[in-house]
Design a protein around this ligand. Sequence first.
Ligand code: ARG
Length: 469
Amino acid sequence: MSRLWEGRQTGASDDVLLELGASIQLDIELYREDLAGSRAHAKMLERAGILTSTDLGAILEGLNVIEREIETGKFEIKIELEDIHTHVESRLTQLIGPAAGRLHTARSRNDQIAVDTHLYVRRLAREIMEQISGLCDALIQKAEAEVDSVLPGYTHLQVAQPVRVSHHLLAHFWGFLRDIERFTHAYNTANRLPLGSGALAGVNYKTDREFLRQELGFFEIYQNSMDAVASRDHIQDFLYACTSFGVRASRFAEEIILWNSVEFGFIKINDGLTTGSSIMPQKKNPDAAELVRGRAGRNTGNLINLLMTLKGLPFAYNRDLQEDRTPLLDSAKNTHLIARALQALVRGMTFQKDRLTASLDRGFATATDLADALVLQKNIPFREAHHIAGKLVGLCSEQNLTLAQATPAMRSACSEHLTDDAFYLESISTINSTDRKISQGGTARIRQIEQLAIAKAALADRAQTWSAK
Ligand code: ARG
């Protein structure tokens, strides 16, 4: 096939333009969407009396052949055919002859690529919501299994207060659930039909965009043809959802990496998600978690990449918009992988109770509880109670002892109240500490059981939303 615009230009395209302009290597991933758009368009043209039913039959048949060729790796890619649209048209011409040339009536590649990417974002947003739901489910299950394990909660990466493992895992769960909402938003943005807008101004034919909307299952139609071909809001929203999810995933991945280190030793990661070293025989590196962290950076770069393409771009279509594909496809892949890897990490992690306990004790995690107990049971002003507990921590720390190991002499040196054994031991117990946090959303066992039930219901509710899509 000669170039699409052979009438106007003469001579061959410069090699540099061919190389710069070809997007087929990426567009090929959108083949399902491109074919779906063409099928709907062809049916609409036939209904509008622009195509005969014989031509329509031939076109649909030809598109099916092309689909099979692509899926079986038999479809030939030629850089001079630039993009997916031209490849399909060119092959269709070989297969069915001149009828193929009628398919491009009343459309432009500008509204074609717009419809392709809208359909793609819709499909990927749904797939990713399914993956993140799987991750959320893994978090709930692990939280349920570990509700009676206690972990040091941190601020400033210093041991702060004891929390139940379920509490920490569910903290991540709620964020991931909000990311599902972000993908739902991207899905809704993409659920709008741009096809039928032509190059920018609309088309000179009596087309039926409502029919196209129904055929392609869009919720609504772009009301302005220039907006339809110039907007990349659907990709922008999708890339933001990928970025938000990636950044959140990277924070969790970083914790997994820390927890798995010799220094923390809070968890063991299953071997299948770690690698060894070619030189150091003892190594078990948490590569899966590190790569989650790494890919998240790419997602953020991809969002900025698209925003920079859009910034200052005049209306309507400009070829720069073709640059949307690199970030879109890369983030979609990364996000799939991140969600799958994190889910596997959560399902495969085992908590090391002895190490959690040692860290809670060494970090004096219940020093605040001791101060609170002095206030509540011994009627000491909080400022003074804080001072007493702080002094005892200082003494213990000097001698490398835990609060439980503090001698009676050390305790009485801080306050006479601390010589009351029952009072003292009850106040510094980590499990008791968690169960005193009875405020809504707190770490007490009853609140955790309650939160688990709410989390399950919330996940089921979100899953219903995306599975209906
Ligand atoms: N390959 C182009 C893209 O990806 C399709 C639209 C081409 N339009 C044009 N006027 N050259 O954006």
